[in-house]
Design a protein around this ligand. Sequence first.
Ligand SMILES: C[S@@+](CC[C@H](N)C(=O)[O-])C[C@H]1O[C@@H](n2cnc3c(N)ncnc32)[C@H](O)[C@@H]1O
Length: 324
Amino acid sequence: MFLRPGERPTERRPIVTDDHQPVMVEEVLHFLSPRPGGVYVDATVGAGGHADAILRATGGRSTLVGIDRDPEALSRARYNLRSYGAAVKLAQSDFVDVGWVLGSHEIEQVDGILLDLGVSSMQLDVASRGFSFRGDGPLDMRMDPSGKLTAADVVNSYPEADLARILREYGEERFASRIARAIVDARRKGPLRTTTELSHLIEASYPHGPRRGHPARRTFQAIRIEVNRELDVLEATLRSAPDVLAPGGRIVVISYHSLEDRICKKVFASFEGRGQALPGLGAPKATGPLAVLTPNAVLPSETEVQRNSRASAARLRAVERRAA
Ligand SMILES: C[S@@+](CC[C@H](N)C(=O)[O-])C[C@H]1O[C@@H](n2cnc3c(N)ncnc32)[C@H](O)[C@@H]1O
């Protein structure tokens, strides 16, 4: 059902299927509270599922700036959101550069920003992107295919100690040292090239006994986070993004693992009224205090988790810019 890499969407070939629904849509709309005339940023627009829900909730009478660093995702979003015409402005960019994107559209303040973090199920489904330990593809894992660092670079060139640290920190992998050692031993015979090679290697180095999930899951997550600098850009973005919020504007973040959620919780808790200036936009315009709307992370409903297994790890947090 999905487009192959490089393939362009056509009218006859649907892109979003029922098993790739956006996560926690009701909760996103509740916290973002989109209204006609508002300006919203979907900073991880993906295939445009959440963006569509936001635009639909305003009867198509709001502006939606959609950002993604994956050009393939953007071409899907462009197709899926085509009926909204000029209300949608799409940009291939890292969300850390949201200030530049807004500046290029002469937008100074927005009413809401959504971040639905991590990889999309579409990225995972295309084996040639190298994100999934279930498919056979090159060790790539770049969300932006023009990025310099690939998973193969990490696996084949990082010193053993760095590999172990990454697996421990970004994958919370108990057997990080053991897996790092196995990778370094294996690559002496020649570089590791495919997701299957890496996945088999991890399986073989894992201790026998009861397992929670596939042994390669945490290592793949860790390498993906390293390749895309996911945690660095998340913290920087959350610290600076409030400066473009209009009074009453909100930031909503959906995270999928405890590292992301911890950063979100920590940064939101640290807000004292204003963040740093956003590169590209000059001095902060908004001055009112920030209020955390979610004292505890909001979880998806049981019904949604039953319907969509990807939702099970989702955690939502939101913050609001109050009037000065
Ligand atoms: C979970 S998907 C979003 C799905 C989307 N909400 C939808 O409804 O289709 C996450 C998307 O964020 C993008 N992404 C992740 N980190 C990013 C970053 N730092 N800057 C821009 N896009 C990013 C990924 O390429 C991916 O397409």
